[in-house]
Unconditional design. Structure first.
Lengths: 271, 316
């Protein structure tokens, strides 16, 4: 009970700090602007404007979220250490794992608000598109404009952002902001190429190398699994089973990374 | 230190903050206005036009698919917009040797990045098959693109119908066209009229009525404003061809009865062959060549140039 209260206090402070952060405002502003201007972009194409606006909106939600997760996540702990404010924080009745959990929850809350605002903006734009389009052309769409199935893609984007935040926070507990950014961004890219490692025997003849690659497939976060944007845009099925396993995988991986972050942070000597 | 020197070291009078802000703001606005004026002045200076090369730095769709991480669909949209700009820009260009070299690679990349991007296959095929100089005149590439779509979505009968259409309209191969229409009809959920279309193609290939039926079906099944407008334009062009046939018949009749070709439409109006100088469905006047009696469409018309009609079947 006490732990959750402390975590909530830290998280709320992180959220307040993020909201005060002008960079954060700019990101939200640009994301909303991007989705709104996608209406104009749609006019540049020959048909399937709704498809293009969905692509652009979902990609913007993901991309802006990744930038927020990485560039704010890497400073969550290291900034407190650099400013030496960590001493006064740890002098208070707050345990180190509560500090890490609070920092993480605060940024996740910020991301949740961001993703929610961007999603609402996207649905509004698509709703307007649907309202202004002739009924006969709507029949040719793969899926309705304001398709509730898009929430599946948005949910998985959010879990992916939670995972990226956890990774950024993990590196932030023992590394400088620049190195943390490099490591997190590297893992983000590697996570999207992860599926290749599973079938590495098709690339190399060495069975040892193939086994090592397969091992890395299970060690590295499989971020490609969280990408169902194309499926929902083209109204392809994304089963509840797939969603369930992917979300569960994401949560377990996050728990693992956060535990590692707490362990490293608990062993750091700030004297 | 002398009293005079002390006076020299006194701080100068400070400007009021409001005045300072106003002065700064005015300076910034003036500098901005100067940049605008300089831009306008520079734009009036003629530079030797340098030929703009058409470059596609990455030609491998598979490579782009990997590099795009999870943003491949968005990249496909970008390549589709590039393809439209390349096609539209080249089509409007007045260069003598204009080329559409990048069109197929751009469409190929867009469909590799998003294999379910329906409009790229359907409209891309129309772009590719369009005869030179209004298009690259590559019916073979149009068919290849549509076959790629069929491999990606075998249930999409529209791609099979479009392949048949390319064989009919651009290659004038009515047997192949009918075969592809039949294949489209065999797909589950395909409309019944595809079988009729296949039979009509074999029986009436090359006749304008057959072409009209084909475009009418394209118009009905377009599912997209752009495709529909293209079909509508083709149908209006067919109407213009009907008008031209009728006008040519009247000109020949005039020449047969009067022993000379009419000098202008006025001659035909004056003798009761026409009520008024004829105009095409878009309102542009038809053009009469008084030396040959040949009737054609105005180069200023929105319907220009008219399509080359498929030749009739050899058996008829």
């Amino acid at each position: 009970m006490r732990t959750s209260r402390v975590v909530a206090i830290v998280a709320f402070n992180v959220f307040k700090e993020s909201v005060r952060d002008k960079v954060l405002y700019n990101l939200v502003f640009f994301a909303v602007l991007l989705i709104a201007t996608s209406l104009l972009l749609g006019k540049l194409t020959a048909g399937q404007e709704v498809k293009i606006i969905k692509d652009l909106g979902l990609a913007a939600i993901s991309l802006f979220g990744v930038f927020i997760a990485i560039f704010i996540g890497i400073g969550l702990v290291s900034k407190e250490v650099e400013r030496r404010s960590i001493y006064s924080i740890l002098a208070k009745p707050i345990r180190r794992h509560e500090f890490i959990l609070g920092k993480y929850s605060g940024l996740v809350l910020t991301l949740l608000v961001n993703v929610a605002i961007m999603s609402i903006a996207l649905y509004l734009v698509l709703g307007y598109m649907s309202w202004t389009e002739a009924e006969e052309f709507k029949r040719a769409w793969d899926a309705p404009a304001a398709d509730p199935a898009m929430l599946k893609a948005i949910a998985l984007i959010f879990v992916e952002l939670m995972l990226v935040t956890a990774v950024a926070l993990f590196f932030s507990t023992f590394s400088s902001p620049i190195l943390s950014a490099v490591f997190t961004f590297g893992l983000f890219i590697a996570g999207h190429f992860n599926a290749d490692l599973k079938h590495f025997e098709g690339v190399v003849d060495s069975r040892v190398a193939a086994s090592v690659a397969r091992g890395w497939y299970y060690v590295l976060p499989n971020l490609a699994a969280f990408d169902v944007k194309a499926q929902v845009v083209h109204a392809q099925p994304v089963t509840a089973g797939y969603l369930g396993f992917t979300v569960a995988y994401g949560f377990v991986y996050i728990a693992m990374v956060l535990l590692a972050a707490m362990w490293i942070f608990s062993r750091r000597d700030f004297k | 230190m002398t009293p005079g020197a002390s006076h020299e070291l006194e701080r100068p009078p400070q400007m009021q903050p409001v005045v300072r802000s106003a002065l700064l703001g005015t300076t910034i606005v003036m500098l901005f206005a100067t940049t605008v004026l300089l831009q306008m002045a520079r734009d009036r200076q003629a530079l030797t036009a340098m030929p703009r090369g058409q470059v596609l730095y990455v030609r491998s769709g598979a490579l782009l698919d990997r590099v795009a991480l999870s943003y491949d669909a968005l990249l496909a949209d970008v390549y589709w917009i590039r393809a439209i700009q390349h096609f539209g820009g080249t089509r409007r260009s007045t260069d003598v040797g204009k080329r559409y070299d990048l069109l197929y690679p751009l469409l190929d990349i867009a469909t590799t990045l998003d294999p379910r991007f329906t409009i790229v296959y359907r409209f891309g095929a129309i772009f590719l098959a369009e005869a030179y100089p209004n298009g690259p005149g590559r019916a073979d590439q149009a068919i290849a693109l549509l076959k790629k779509g069929v491999r990606s979505q075998p249930q999409k009968w529209q791609y099979l119908q479009d392949i048949g259409f390319v064989y009919y309209w651009w290659l004038h191969d009515y047997v192949s066209a009918a075969t592809w229409f039949r294949r489209a009809a065999d797909v589950e959920g395909a409309p019944w009229w595809l079988r009729t279309l296949a039979a009509t193609t074999l029986a009436q290939g090359g006749e304008r009525a057959g072409s009209r039926m084909l475009w009418e079906q394209m118009f009905r099944t377009a599912g997209d404003d752009w495709l529909r407008r293209e079909a509508e334009r083709r149908l209006v062009q067919l109407t213009a061809l009907d008008d031209i046939d009728e006008l040519a018949r009247r000109v020949q009749d005039y020449a047969f009865r009067r022993g000379a070709l009419p000098e202008s439409w006025t001659a035909l109006v004056g003798t009761g062959y026409l009520r008024e100088p004829p105009r095409d469905p878009t309102g542009s006047p038809y053009v009469l060549d008084p030396r040959t009696g040949h009737v054609t469409i105005s180069s200023q018309s929105a319907l220009f140039p008219l399509p080359t009609e498929p030749p009739p079947l050899p058996s008829r």
